[in-house]
Design a protein around this ligand. Structure first.
Ligand code: ADP
Length: 414
């Protein structure tokens, strides 16, 4: 370039020189009109010529560039893209093409540089826009999926609530029905037991030994039926939250002896001794006598039911503010893995075996729930083949449900 410029600016020679100089000036003017940057490098890679477009592309003057190493790898016949860093930090992207030429009798490269910065920028922006649109579309799709899912879940929850309400209603209705039926059964059963007692006592006329033995069987069966009805009634009242504790003054020793009397006919049938150990009389306290009798009767009749040899023991003692009742037997025992489950309603250890013996599977669940309702608890220890011990701990002074309710209303009001 410097050569060209020198030639063009030193055009003051002879006519021929002037003609050559004029030619070069025209050529120079044309080359400077070209929009692409043009650079000629020698075989040594040093810049020999730059046009105006190349000057503006590099952001440097021809004087600055001439004689410098071009600095980019260039192969004749190939085109590449280069990134040019201008002096003030701006970056330009140019498409580079090179062809081999002869420059003043030497091998050289004519390099054309087209500024494609804006094209690249536009491409980049278009690419980013497409990416943004794709991301937005994906987000919108995810949102609508989520919205549909949320709608489905709400619908499902509503349907569930309706089903739950219906199930609750059905369960409530079932418990109500059981409560009514059990109540209706209880009244005539008590009459049967009462009149049997009356006949047995001989008040209504003499009773033979055979009749007395048969009356005992009537009483045992009626007592068993009453126990089953009582369990169903209590279970349904517990289920509907209507079971109440009605505490009254009692003598525990008397209460225990009464409970044993109820199970005696069944034990006699199996020729099983029932041993009772009561605390010294009077052993007073306050409890729901009917509920405690039901607890003891359930445990005692189970003990008799599941024992063929040995015996059944019932003892009661005080422990601080509590009364502890223990029902022990030398019966079949309970497998370890069943010790928790037997407290669930309708749960029996071995169906076929239990069916042979009979029972509803409600007794122990009623025992534990009643014990807890009265402020205590029921537990079991057992060894398979050796027998079981059921323990019930209750406050010596049980508090009535009505008092508990009044107290909590008072606490709420404070
Ligand atoms: P049911 O006696 O009517 O079957 P329970 O709730 O009273 O129902 O008892 C549940 C189960 O626990 C019984 O079926 C029996 O398998 C077991 N069980 C209860 N008491 C005893 C006991 N004293 N000895 C052995 N197994 C017992």
């Amino acid at each position: 370039m410097s050569d060209v410029r020198q030639h063009s600016s030193a055009g003051s020679g002879g006519v021929a020189n002037r003609a050559v100089g004029g030619e070069q000036l025209r050529l120079r003017t044309i080359i400077d009109q070209v929009a692409d940057g043009l650079v000629i490098t020698g075989a040594d890679g040093l810049i020999r010529f730059v046009n105006a477009a190349a000057e503006s592309l590099f952001g440097r003057t021809a004087d600055d560039l001439l004689g410098e190493d071009f600095g980019f790898p260039v192969v004749a016949g190939e085109s590449t893209e280069i990134e040019v860093l201008r002096p003030r930090g701006a970056q330009v992207v140019a498409e580079l093409r090179a062809v081999g030429i002869d420059w003043e009798g030497q091998n050289a490269l004519l390099i054309s540089l087209r500024d494609i910065t804006e094209r690249r920028l536009a491409e980049q922006q278009a690419h980013e826009l497409a990416r943004e649109q794709a991301a937005r579309a994906a987000a919108e799709a995810a949102e609508s999926r989520y919205r549909r899912l949320a709608e489905d879940m709400t619908k499902l929850a509503e349907e569930n609530a309706v089903l739950y309400d219906r199930a609750e209603e059905a369960s409530h209705a079932k418990s109500e029905f059981l409560a009514v039926v059990s109540h209706e059964l209880r009244t005539p059963l008590n009459a049967i037991i009462g009149y049997t007692d009356l006949i047995e006592s001989g008040i209504s006329g003499p009773v033979s030994d055979t009749q007395r033995a048969q009356l005992k069987r009537v009483k045992a069966s009626s007592a068993h039926l009453l126990e089953v009805v009582d369990d169903i009634l209590t279970f349904s009242r517990l289920e509907t939250g209507r079971e109440e504790v009605n505490a009254e003054p009692v003598d525990y020793a008397v209460l225990i002896r009464d409970a044993v009397k109820l199970v005696q006919p069944l034990a006699e049938q199996k020729q099983l001794p029932v041993h009772v150990e009561t605390p010294p009389e009077p052993c007073t306290g306050e409890t729901d006598a009917r509920r405690l009798r039901q607890i003891l009767l359930n445990l005692l009749s189970n003990a008799v039911k599941f024992t063929d040899e040995g015996g059944v023991w019932l003892d009661c003692h005080e422990d601080g503010d509590e009364m502890v009742f223990r029902v022990r037997d030398s019966g079949i025992g309970i497998p370890h893995e069943y010790l928790d489950r037997i407290w669930d309603p309708f749960s029996q250890v071995e169906e076929s075996h239990t069916r042979k013996i009979g029972g509803t599977g409600l007794g122990l669940s009623v025992v534990r729930r009643l014990a807890r309702l009265m402020g205590g608890d029921a537990t079991v220890e057992s060894q398979l083949g050796h027998g079981s011990t059921f323990t019930v701990r209750l406050p010596r002074r049980v508090i009535s449900s009505r008092v508990v309710r009044a107290n909590s209303a008072y606490m709420r009001a404070r």
